[in-house]
Design a protein around this ligand. Structure first.
Ligand code: AR6
Length: 181
């Protein structure tokens, strides 16, 4: 089955998947949060490759190798800063997930893991953001054979609860999805 979504709690830098997604900023030169954790775990080769990319606009994504990470690749995407919700944030956040999945599909990557983009330093409310993440991913997987498994990695128990609730809503809507607790 290619249309599978999993939700777990943990540290995304430990996952041995084809690609983990980084919640980056437009410079792609590192930062705090999950971005800092990914760069620390990947080692200096990641920053060296990022320097050659010339940044990335909000809502888009770029691919690098994974260096010392267990993941083979890193997909760097830039989420929107939350400004109250009327500044195009939902479309930009959906675009992050679509662009990242498109890059993965283009490379034939089977397993991809996302953090909760924009919901840390960028302040996007988790209850809104996780529904965009799940719905956008579900819609993408319905029309593509890759990736086969998309894992949403929640850093906190609260975020896991929010994702599980949103996932249950989608399951009730008839999607073939497999929550992992
Ligand atoms: N594994 C999984 N999730 C994590 C990890 C981890 N190791 N560490 C943090 N999170 P944030 P943003 C969660 O702030 O809101 C950076 O400085 C975290 O709990 O990392 O998109 C960039 O350079 C939260 O749920 O990203 C940008 O400047 C989620 O990851 C800016 O922050 C995203 O939080 C991007 O802000």
């Amino acid at each position: 089955m290619h249309d599978q979504i999993a939700v777990v709690q943990g540290d995304i830098t430990t996952l041995a998947v084809d690609a983990i997604v980084n919640a980056a900023n437009e410079s792609l030169l590192g930062g705090g949060g999950v971005d800092g954790a990914i760069h620390r775990a990947a080692g200096p080769g990641l920053l060296a490759e990022c320097r050659k990319l010339g940044g990335c606009p909000t809502g888009q994504a770029k691919l690098t190798r994974g260096y010392q990470l267990p993941a083979k690749h890193v997909i760097h995407t830039v989420g929107p800063v939350w400004r109250g919700g009327a500044a195009g944030e939902p479309d930009l956040l959906a675009s992050c997930y679509r662009s990242s999945l498109q890059l993965a599909a283009g490379k034939g990557l089977a397993t991809v893991a996302f953090p909760s983009i924009s919901t840390g330093i960028y302040g996007y409310p988790i209850a809104l953001a996780c529904r965009i993440a799940l719905r956008t991913t579900k819609a993408f997987l319905e029309h593509h054979t890759q990736p086969r498994l998309v894992t949403f990695v929640c850093f906190t128990a609260h975020d896991l609860d929010e994702y599980k609730l949103a996932l249950a809503e989608m399951v009730n809507g008839g999607a073939r999805l497999h929550p992992v607790v």
